[in-house]
Ligand binder design. Structure first.
Ligand SMILES: Cc1cc2nc3c(=O)[nH]c(=O)nc-3n(C[C@H](O)[C@H](O)[C@H](O)COP(=O)(O)O)c2cc1C
Ligand SMILES: O=C(O)C(=O)c1ccccc1
Length: 378
């Protein structure tokens, strides 16, 4: 597999001034200005907590059960340290990464995160605009609070992938509808999440009696409510349009995308028949499953435990990364997430063999704090 340094692309190397961000900040500081944000990534969680309702903050921060899996994810990064080599002649680092035939400016993507309007009024559109600006993939969740088409519009010429929560086979027509909408709206890679056929046991949300899918404003069901096939099926079954019974329509949509029962490996054929781009399986945590992913002909995997939100008492995602890279690193693209909080974490995951790293909670905290906004010096 290639590393970011191996990438050869026709695109000219971006004209980077060394220390661009730092330089801007320090120059403004000479004039007595201070940044409007904190550069300490560990403070973003606290700032988001100050800004959000207990329900919304509990939702992004929440993890399964005792939070052991989430703790393990973070501890796993501390077990590794970065070892430097000196006097190695090098150019200014070129972080561009080529994956699935496209070149992105950085080896990161924005993880699929549902219901972003509970964190900021602009929700997914703010995140998708930021992704375009930085030229990194925005991965739209099936549980989004903004439609496939509206996010595509906000993302403009930016790179976008689509994450599927996969309905059971009796709703194959809905799956096909979601995939064809995503394709028509310019989403290039299909990410299929395998660890969430039902939402995890999350004490913070249970204590708040809060599920963003089951809210009076039905904020989490944008993809279902804008889906022509789901709308038609609901009307046929209930004899009325979804607008006349929003509560039932929202609950049934939640059951459509979180049916509580899982597909099998052989069902992947259906997705392969209805999606002509790369397919990535998200939620792989064992070598055996990684090998199956190769056998079943998908193009990539995300080594992920969903940030510990689904299964309590789970292994750290980073701990299984090296053995999975060893086993299948030459056969498909390996993407990593769960527990990444800062640049050094990204470097560690790349050094352990990931091609690309998904950023989850940190960007949601940023969205909550300042929407799409860039920092200002004031
Ligand atoms: C608020 C929130 C919503 C999420 N929604 C989705 C989703 O809709 N689909 C999905 O595949 N993963 C979802 N995830 C999981 C992320 O894609 C990613 O795997 C996880 O955030 C990684 O863990 P970390 O944020 O602790 O690094 C969600 C995560 C959070 C925090
Ligand atoms: O919370 C999550 O992890 C998730 O995947 C999800 C599920 C439903 C709605 C929004 C996000």
């Amino acid at each position: 597999m290639t590393t970011p340094q191996d990438i050869k692309s026709d695109k000219p190397i971006p004209k980077l001034t060394p220390f661009t961000y730092e330089n801007d900040v320090y120059q403004a500081g000479r004039k007595g200005q201070k940044p409007s944000i904190t550069f300490n990534c560990h403070d973003w969680e606290t700032l988001a907590k100050d800004r959000l309702s207990a329900d919304s903050f509990g939702y992004v921060w929440g993890s399964a059960g005792t939070r052991d899996t989430d703790d393990n994810n973070k501890k796993a990064f501390k077990k590794w340290g970065i070892v430097p080599s000196r006097l190695v002649k090098s150019d200014f680092p070129d972080l561009r990464t080529k994956i699935f035939g496209e070149t992105y400016d950085y080896p990161i993507a924005m993880a699929p995160v549902g219901v972003q309007r509970i964190f900021h009024p602009d929700g997914e559109t703010a995140s998708a605009k930021a992704a375009e600006k930085e030229n990194v993939p925005y991965i739209l969740s099936t549980a989004s609070s903004t439609s496939i088409e509206d996010v595509a519009k906000a993302n403009g010429n930016g790179p976008r992938w689509y994450q599927l929560y996969w309905p059971v086979s009796e709703n194959n027509d809905i799956t096909v509808s979601l995939l064809s909408r995503a394709k028509a709206a310019g989403y290039k890679v299909l990410v299929v999440t395998l660890d969430t056929y039902i939402l995890g046991w999350r004490p913070s949300d249970l204590n708040n009696a809060y599920n963003p899918f089951i809210r009076p404003d039905d904020i989490g069901v944008a993809l279902g409510f804008t889906d022509p096939v789901y709308r038609r099926k609901f009307e046929e079954e209930h004899g009325k349009p979804i607008e006349e019974d929003l509560g039932t329509a929202a609950t049934e949509w939640a059951h459509t995308v979180f049916p509580g029962v899982s597909h099998g490996w052989e069902d992947l054929k259906f997705l392969q028949e209805h999606w002509d781009g790369p397919i990535v399986l998200k939620g792989i945590q064992t070598v055996a499953d990684a090998k199956r992913a190769v056998d079943y002909g998908v193009q990539g995997i995300v080594v992920s435990n969903h940030g510990g939100r689904q299964q309590d008492g789970g292994i750290a995602s980073l701990d299984v990364l090296p053995e999975i890279v060893d086993a299948v690193g030459d056969d498909l693209e390996i993407i990593f997430d769960s527990g990444v909080r800062c640049g050094a974490d990204i470097a560690k995951a790349l050094a352990l063999g990931a091609k690309m790293v998904l950023i989850g909670r940190p960007y949601v905290y940023g969205l909550a704090i300042q929407g799409e906004g860039e920092y200002a010096m004031c």
